[in-house]
Ligand binder design. Structure first.
Ligand code: SF4
Length: 435
């Protein structure tokens, strides 16, 4: 039997798709491409915007056209949050919610499975399936250590679609890192839907800092990163652990979302602009070359021109390495969807363009700061004869060298920048530097 998966949305969904692929592969099913005929099509949906919902249904229709006899299964966040909507679609054979891998296998393998298999994740504490996933190549792996969220920011559907916060026990995380190391991975990224919520659900509870200490001490993998973590949840102690560890990379992704306190309060974020600034300054004081990235939402309901300018000013005044800019879009089912004072679509686009330009300038400026200094780069691939990889502080680096260096960490001296890429010369290992 051949199956194909289409994945919408964020890295967490990509992670889940890779887990589904591994499980169906273990059942003897063969993975095919989504635009080719297959026996089973799985759409791993996203529900971050109404547009993402529409795209999920479009993919289901496409699958049905490719093979009218195929099983078309919808899973992921939209399946979890709004199964009825998907189940109404003629093209869809089964809707499987999150955290139900057994049901997904059944839906894929059998024609007589239930049509809707979704439980209320806010009531049920579905276990997280732990497994590492290589998203590109076999150099860096993502390890999901936390799922769900209990925060209910007003723009976000995640607490409804992914349920309450659940964490993987530290012992299992260490075992997973051992396994990744044995499979040759050189870098692991610890991810979670709401990483700052890690450990509160464990019995006894485990603080994120305790986990970081344990990993810093016991991980056989020498390059580790944290994925996104909310600023108020990044403690001084966590910063100190990362700064003191040679394994943790000096790289943080701190969602900002807005730079005006009034907007942050309407978003139900739990920090203000000064608090955000203070966290960034604390990181930089401990790790002057740390990369700090931020998410920013522009055009949130009620965001005035002054509020937007506050966001711009804050972002420009901080040594941020990059921005991920999200034009606000209504997400049915969230509190913000009921807010009346919406910003016009054209104005949202304009603000997004302005903010993105600022982000691009900051990305280039951050790379330029590394010219003349040495960075450790994990080489991932070779494109047009040049080796490429990321520095520990998350700058894309290109350098000349032999392909057998891929999947190894080399030292590179930055010589120039091309856009936001650092161009450099490998200075270690020595035989490459000499040759
Ligand atoms: S903390 Fe993050 S995942 Fe949780 S509700 Fe807010 S934005 Fe969504």
């Amino acid at each position: 039997m051949r199956f194909a998966i289409a994945t919408l949305g964020c890295k967490v969904n990509q992670y889940d798709s890779a887990m589904i692929e591994a499980r169906l592969g273990a059942l003897g099913m063969e993975r095919g491409e989504f635009d080719q005929p297959a026996d089973v099509y799985i759409v791993n949906t996203c529900t971050v915007t109404d547009r993402a919902d529409a795209e999920s249904l479009r993919l289901a229709r496409r699958a049905r056209r490719l093979n009218p006899d195929a099983r078309v299964i919808m899973t992921g966040c939209l399946a979890q949050a709004n199964p009825e909507r998907l189940a109404q679609a003629r093209e869809v054979d089964a809707v499987v919610g999150l955290g139900r891998p057994g049901d997904l296998e059944q839906a894929a393998a059998q024609r007589n499975s239930a049509r809707v298999m979704v439980s209320n994740l806010r009531k049920e504490r579905a276990a997280i399936e732990l497994g590492a996933v290589a998203l590109e190549g076999h150099t860096r792996a993502f390890l999901k250590v936390q799922e769900g969220c209990d925060q209910f920011c007003t723009f976000c559907i995640v607490p409804f679609s992914r349920g309450q916060s659940r964490s993987v026990a530290p012992r299992r995380i260490i075992e997973a890192l051992d396994g990744l190391h044995d499979r040759g991975f050189r870098e692991a990224i610890l991810t979670g839907v709401h990483l700052g919520g890690y450990g509160g659900d464990l019995d006894p509870p485990v603080a994120l800092e305790e986990l970081l200490e344990m990993i810093a001490e016991r991980s056989p993998i020498g390059r580790l990163r944290l994925s996104s973590i909310d600023p108020e949840e990044l403690s001084d102690r966590a910063i100190a652990i990362v700064a003191a560890s040679e394994k943790f990379c000096p790289h943080f992704h701190l969602p900002l979302q807005a730079g005006a306190d009034e907007v942050l309060a309407r978003m139900r974020r739990r920090y203000n602009a000064d608090g955000y600034r203070e966290r960034v300054e604390r990181i930089v004081a401990a790790m002057p070359r740390a990369a700090i990235g931020a998410d920013v939402i522009v055009g949130f309901p009620g965001e005035s021109a002054d509020h937007f300018n506050d966001s711009l000013r804050l972002v420009q005044s901080l040594p941020l390495a990059y921005l991920h800019v999200f034009p606000y879009s209504v997400r049915a089912g969230t509190t913000a969807a009921k807010f009346a004072d919406r910003v016009a679509a054209g104005e949202i686009r304009r603000r997004a363009a302005v903010m993105r330009e600022v982000g691009e300038r900051q990305r280039a400026a951050f790379a330029a700061r590394l010219v003349g200094s040495c960075v450790k780069v994990l080489l991932e691939d070779q494109v047009e004869g040049r080796l490429r990889g990321y520095s520990r502080n998350y700058v894309r680096v290109v350098a000349d060298g032999p392909a057998d260096l891929i999947n190894s960490e080399v030292e590179v001296e930055g010589t120039s920048v091309a856009g936001a890429q650092l161009v450099g010369r490998i200075i270690s290992p020595p035989h490459v530097a000499r040759g």
